[in-house]
Design a binder for this molecule. Sequence first.
Ligand code: C5P
Length: 251
Amino acid sequence: MANQRDVIIACDFKCADETIQFLDRLTRIRDEVISCDNYRIGTGRPFVKIGMELFYAEGPEMIKLLKKRGHKIFLDLKLHDIPNTVKKSMQVIGGYGVDMVNVHAAGGVRMMQAAKEGLMLGAARFADKPKLIAVTQLTSTDEETLHKELLIDRPMNEVVRQYALNAREAGLDGVVCSAFEAAEIHEVCGADFLTVTPGIRFVENTNDDQKRVMTPAQAKLAGSDYIVVGRPITAADRPIDAYTRCKEEFL
Ligand code: C5P
């Protein structure tokens, strides 16, 4: 079965007020837009990503608030600790009812298996189980950091491929990676293994701090299953236009 594909908005805001203000603006305008026949973006509330900054500021209440408003949620906390601690923490996270959550693949296969066990225990009462994905290498880690600081002497693409294989062996659903790596990861891990790809920009955008970027249309061709888009939507003059354009290019 083909993977579900979607655009995930990275809500990198400081607090709940800022986040809700942004989403209110987006959905209010969007509801009007949806009533026009020529838009094909569906009726669901946008899939959103909550990262560490917002979660540490607002805690689980933030998740309840967004769930109540009907958003799907990717909780991007990138857990990395000993297997027992990760399992217990994931059990708590599973109880939140989020749709996607992640760990660092650098924690190894046992840690990822423990994460999955904990998450499934925590999410036992939900019919739709959350997806568990792994960060292969941070996009802020370059070859030089890999070799000189982390003392990993293999090339980056080999490391990413092996970490993705480890994640699959541990029973995870996919990885966070660059869209440039999506095709190779599908090749080695299978077409149904999810690739969730940040680093998305429209042709006219600046790259900000992202090094290797693709447009939503290019990410589609590259085989990304989900694109994670922050500033091109959140900092746009008209976020709804940017979100709609992402959906139309990618889906
Ligand atoms: O604003 P921008 O589109 O660059 O946001 C991308 C989002 O994806 C941010 O929330 C960032 O933390 C996240 N991310 C990333 N690279 C990774 C993992 C996550 O850019 N490797």
